[in-house]
Design a binder for this molecule. Sequence first.
Ligand code: GTP
Ligand code: MG
Length: 310
Amino acid sequence: MTKETTVTNDFLGHQPRKTRLALMGEFSAGKSTLSKLFLGDDPLPIKVTATRLPPVLISYGESAAYAVGHDGTETRIKTEEIDQVVLEETRMIRLFHPSDTLEICDLIDMPGISDPSMSSDVWMSVMDEVDSVIWCTQATQAWRQSEAATWEQIAESTNGQNILLVTQVDKLHSERDLSRVMMRLKKETDGLFQNIFPISITEAIAAGDDEAKWKASGAADFVNDLIERLMAVASKPHTAPIADSAAEAADTNVAPRSEPPGQSDATQTQAAPQKTAAYGAQSVIPKRVRVLTQMRGRTERPTKASLANR
Ligand SMILES: Nc1nc2c(ncn2[C@@H]2O[C@H](COP(=O)(O)OP(=O)(O)OP(=O)(O)O)[C@@H](O)[C@H]2O)c(=O)[nH]1
Ligand SMILES: [Mg+2]
């Protein structure tokens, strides 16, 4: 039985929470690069992609970092020092960042499932925090046995709203190769994911405001689908009617958010959303209402036929 997505039972015990979206997959599949695409700029200090990090839970709020121990204790740390946490003593790192995307979901950037330098216990122990998964599989060696085995182990602990993302498709030699990979994956993962999308994350980031490049990278179809899934969950308890909230959203932060531990209300008020970095990712998942009014019209819905023809 899969668990239901819940917007209650906050990790900190007192706030309603958003869908927790975990970015999972093999070592170097592109999980951290995907979080960078989502967040518009990088709340992770540079070079952490080369470091052994525990799972990183990223939520909306004024920039702050905490190391969460196995006993639940939270220790404030400097953001630029998160790569210095002691892996064995740290269940997860908790980051707060004022990014539009984080107004509709929390992200968990997971370590690679078969990272030779890290036990699977490190990410397994936070699976109970996860609602949905974006499983990143590298196009050139997609859906290895280790991935299938891990997915079998964890899929049931999610709410079932999971996406398979075929990453680094720019490394394939031709459209024909991509088509073959996609066909194989559809067969091998039949019924395991809600949807499957090919993407070049690096090309999506480089696309900036160029719509044609954005679509060509595969990001448009994927992001559109993801937003709809997140909105379907988030809008039930939190969202005002679309028509009523369009004007409000222009200058107001309407989304509920998780807050860093220990912040006073005054501090929280100051932590109003900031402008995010000015590249393509800024417009990936804008404020919730803008999502509904603008993003839906921005990209065509993917069809099974269009995916099959890729
Ligand atoms: N060509 C290409 N390279 C990519 C793409 N996405 C990520 N990369 C590169 O792949 C490498 C690994 O990316 P990461 O985002 O660190 O991968 P990860 O899954 O977070 O890796 P671990 O956390 O170590 O398991 C980096 O050098 C990225 O720049 C892509 O779509 N195309
Ligand atoms: Mg990573």
